[in-house]
Design a protein around this ligand. Sequence first.
Ligand SMILES: Nc1nc2c(c(=O)[nH]1)N[C@H]1C(S)=C(S)[C@@H](COP(=O)(O)O)O[C@H]1N2
Ligand SMILES: [Mo]
Length: 459
Amino acid sequence: MPISNKSKQDVSTHSESSDQQPTVNKIGIHALYAENPIAADEQVFGRKTDGLTRRGFLSGFKTLSLLLGAEIVYGRFMPAGLIPAALAQTETPFSIEGKDGLVVLNDRPVNAETPAHLLDDKITPASKLFVRNNGIVPEITPKDFDENAWTLTIEGESAAASRTFTLSELKANFKHYTYQLTLECGGNGRAEFSPAASGNQWTTGAVGCPSWTGVRLKDVLNAVGIKDDAVYIGYYGEDLHLSRTPGKAAISRGVPIGKALEDESLIAFEMNGEPLPLMNGFPMRLMFGGWPASTSGKWLSKIVIRDRVHDGAKMGGNAYRVPCKPVAPGTSVPEDEMCIIEAMPVKSLITYPKSGAEHSKGKALAVRGHAWSGEAEIAKVFTSIDFGQTWQQSALSKPVNRHAWQHFNVDISFKQAGYYEIWARAEDANGRSQPMVLPGWNPKGYLNNACHRVAVKVV
Ligand SMILES: Nc1nc2c(c(=O)[nH]1)N[C@H]1C(S)=C(S)[C@@H](COP(=O)(O)O)O[C@H]1N2
Ligand SMILES: [Mo]
């Protein structure tokens, strides 16, 4: 299975110091591991593990250590079939106006993610927020933009009336609120699924947590009037379907009315005190913190209040839905056994050090990152440097508001020089945590909240 995605790291870039077989050069390391992780271990690194524990090394320890440039100190615990974190990162620079250091996954439509170390800020700057477009970005010129010319219409079976507001009216007639809200694509982490899931091969960077200013969706919906039978809202934006068919939506998703009426659910027109970047939905978008970002409609022009689950584009089939009950990898699941993704699961990201960093043995390494969950506040974050054998609890901040990510930091000491992986694992107030390996397989590769891993070479 050849892969064409240019962000996939080709093993050939690491081949100089190793004795790999030539076939490896034709296929990316993720694809190779996705096909058969144990065979990939052997093919790439000559690695064999204990058949019972599936950890450690019967062979290949030297090759892999050589490739990583240091001895794998906790090698006896290293799980089989796991791409070393040092080799799993992607590094293709991307340039779109106003974005800095993002990695391109696709340019038609534009999709770009942020390398973990560039998400180090507590409040994600606009230049570091990922971009996920399903269609063609509307032709709007943010400079000299006329706020009287952009309208938002509220209608639908369960709207008491149909009303249209200009952006200036929305800004003038409703109170403004500011919240820091986590925006994460439901497919963040998809690259690791096996069998491989189609779609953008996000690694860890389809997430960010800027500060958003706007009006409360509930204030606007209540001003129009919500009928008693309302169950859902749906959005429409001004982007075009890739086919450029007039009137055909690229995406039109929504949330249950309960989520729509939360205080933090916004019609947002500012990110970090500035107008939204065009790519992130200028001049206004929905913002539902902690839910799949596909619910946060960009270039917003219409909201429908529905008496049934919204049935717009990408609400059905395998789109943003997962099997209601766990299934074996590769299973084909009937429509009626698929459930819409609601809150995103517990997750964390190490933003310092950058994976692959060198650190000197003499001093402790100050590790930091963020943790979040769409369901509940994060209660604890742990890190491990021995492939999950032991865990150290880190310091953790409170969220500035509901659905904002939290920050953790911990000083880690290393007794011996060598190759290490730092793993992070968060746990929320309901006791829900992150798996160390891939969670439940689903056809489109959503909801991968496996522990984040970064490589560190201690010298
Ligand atoms: N109108 C519109 N809204 C949209 C999309 C889109 O393609 N069109 N993509 C959705 C998806 S799948 C995601 S992950 C987020 C991405 O938001 P961002 O590009 O601001 O990071 O926007 C959501 N809202
Ligand atoms: Mo998404």
